[in-house]
Design a binder for this molecule. Structure first.
Ligand code: NDP
Length: 304
């Protein structure tokens, strides 16, 4: 592990203690010397009370406390906004520092952020994660990184605190592009599973029986193996990953494919469907709750 602080302890600052950020930061607190900043101060105070770390008053103070700073915010927009101003990250980041952005952001913004940091000798890597809140709790996230190899090697010891599969996938922005494509597949799987199971339910096939067969067949996915059995068939619908954030991811994937001039009718359609779902279900709905919309349209519940 890279020794950056006193007595070889890695000093890390973590910005954004949301549903996935908090369990990630918890692993950093257990293995390094952590400073946190969160927009809602009470969340940071509660986190620090349980996890013994420092709470910074401003993003600037968080950035100044460590040479490695992690952001985990809803979109690249919030990351870019937090850079600026007298209390912004840029005012606190020292030359030689490294900003690791674990937000599921967009590739163009990442390239813009990196080019703003470079003249100040601040390195950047986009490092979005996959594996959900459970993966974060277990310290078993997949981390997909965009950047150069030297920066990746610097980030690796910190990413290993909460990640299991950590891969440098390409230049700056490549991590965010890959994450968006991954989540577009997730969204497509959810939508297709709900349509298929709604029709099968109407035709008298029990969802649990349909899943038993499909999960031993070629149509299976993480959605059919885990999300639908645990959340839809049971009606549990825990709120772990906002549908609004998945909608954002599919929109990034759709835009990325247009930019690459790849015919992408399926992804564009899924982006449109999730836009509708977000409008109807609102900002707080969980991503799997898209199924509820399809159930409503089909006039059937996928249960049992
Ligand atoms: P949440 O909505 O749970 O948390 C968002 C965090 O960002 C909170 O700490 C919130 O602070 C902060 N925030 C929101 N707006 C601003 C702002 N304008 N300025 C400063 N801080 C702000 O999101 P998640 O933790 O679920 O997701 C974070 C990122 O990780 C997203 O990009 C998401 O797509 C990605 N992700 C999420 C997964 C999941 O399972 N949840 C899985 C994989 C990736 P406050 O407490 O004040 O609201």
């Amino acid at each position: 592990m890279q020794a950056l602080g006193r007595l070889g302890v890695t000093k890390v600052s973590f910005v954004g203690l949301g549903a996935i950020g908090a369990p990630m930061a918890r692993h950093v607190a257990a293995k390094g010397e952590l400073t946190v900043w969160n927009r809602t101060r009470a969340t940071a105070d509660a986190f620090a009370a349980a996890d013994a770390c420092r709470v910074a008053d401003t993003p600037r103070e968080a950035a100044a406390a460590s040479r490695i700073v992690i952001t985990c915010l809803p979109t690249s927009r919030e990351v870019e906004a937090l850079l600026d101003g007298p209390d912004g990250l840029l005012a606190g980041l020292a030359p030689g520092a490294l900003l690791i952005d674990c937000t599921s952001g967009d590739p163009g913004s990442s390239r813009r952020i990196a080019s703003r940091l470079a003249p100040h000798d601040i390195a950047f890597v986009d490092a979005p994660v996959s594996g959900g809140v459970n993966g974060a709790l277990q310290g078993a996230l997949t981390v997909m990184c965009g950047g150069d190899d030297a920066t990746f090697q610097r980030a690796l010891p910190v990413l290993q605190m909460f990640g299991r599969k950590i891969v440098l996938v390409g230049p700056i922005g490549a991590g965010h592009a890959l994450k968006a494509v991954n989540n577009a597949w997730l969204a497509a799987h959810i939508w297709a599973a709900a349509e298929g199971l709604a029709a099968l339910t109407k035709a008298g096939v029990k969802p649990s029986v349909a899943l038993e067969v499909i999960n031993a067949s070629s149509g299976r996915s993480n959605t059919s193996e885990n999300l639908v059995p645990q959340r839809v068939v049971t009606g549990a619908y825990p709120r772990t990953f906002k549908l609004a954030l998945l909608e954002k991811d599919v929109a990034i994937a759709a835009e990325f494919m247009r930019e690459q001039r790849v015919p992408s009718a399926v992804t564009q359609q899924v982006a449109e469907l999730f836009r509708v779902a977000r409008d109807v279900l609102g900002e707080e709905a969980d991503h799997v709750e898209a199924v509820r919309l399809i159930e409503q349209w089909a006039g059937v519940e996928i249960r049992g």
